[in-house]
Design a protein around this ligand. Structure first.
Ligand code: MG
Length: 246
């Protein structure tokens, strides 16, 4: 099943997908055009992986990491499907990052890789925009690069894990104004979902609604004000975002 959160007629609703339309918790069925999409869950901790695909590390001239390169994002960064993200006027290189987002379903500590999927609720799509101008290197906190308001579109749907046969073998695509600019597969992640869950939970508790953004493959190109960016993951859906000026 696909779960979402939308604003409709002045209220926030928890909704599910019903034959391409949206069904609210009280049974009304509404059209996509009539709602404002919100991030599909209210996040707890948001983890993000840097350079989790060797081909992306390569295109940025970084060495692939030997241990997960993690950073945190605040809840201010999330924006729903069909939302807008600001390109600051002083930036010369702002690129999208299509990423499989893993949503944790229950608390756990010291989780073994073999049990990792028991702790997953489902999956959604994130676009982890990066403003390269503000990045010094990967050994400094990249707050200005990755923690801007509305810099991380997410959604539209949280898809139950039961509906995704193999999350480690999904195609990812990004389209800029309808033209395909990024293509990859989650099978090329350096650190897999089970590995990341074991790694994180070895030193901190993972909680329900924690989100792990698992990194992006190669194909990062500069985007401009007015561009419509669609990030797509096989079986999960398409997430649309428009870039706006300061
Ligand atoms: Mg990223």
């Amino acid at each position: 099943m696909k779960h979402g959160r939308v604003a409709y007629k002045g209220q926030i609703h928890h909704v599910v997908e019903l034959e391409g339309r949206i069904q609210t918790e009280i049974g009304s069925v509404v059209n996509e055009e009539d709602v404002v999409w919100l991030p599909p869950i209210v996040p707890s901790t948001i983890f993000a992986l840097g350079l989790n695909y060797a081909d992306h590390a390569n295109e940025l001239s970084f060495k692939a990491p030997e241990e997960p390169l993690l950073f945190l994002k605040g809840p201010n960064t999330l924006v729903g499907h069909k939302g807008e993200t600001i390109r600051p006027s002083d930036v010369t290189f702002m690129h999208y990052e299509c990423e499989l987002a893993v949503v944790i379903g229950r608390s756990g500590r010291n989780i073994k890789q073999s049990d990792a999927y028991d702790y997953v609720a489902g999956y959604t799509i994130a676009n982890d925009y990066a403003l390269r101008d503000y990045l010094e290197n990967y050994y400094r906190p990249n707050f200005r690069v990755k923690n801007r308001d509305m810099c991380t579109p997410i959604g539209p749907w949280l898809v139950d894990k039961e509906d995704i046969k193999d999350p480690m073998n999904l195609k990812l695509y990004t389209y800029v104004n309808g033209k395909k600019t990024q293509e990859g597969s989650t099978k090329n992640m350096i650190f897999s979902i089970p590995f990341l869950i074991e790694y994180l939970s070895s030193f901190m508790t993972l909680n329900k609604n924690d989100i792990i953004l698992t990194g992006t493959p190669k194909g990062a190109v500069d985007t401009k004000v007015g561009d419509v960016i669609v990030t797509e993951i096989e079986g999960i859906g398409k997430l649309e975002n428009t870039i706006i000026a300061d």
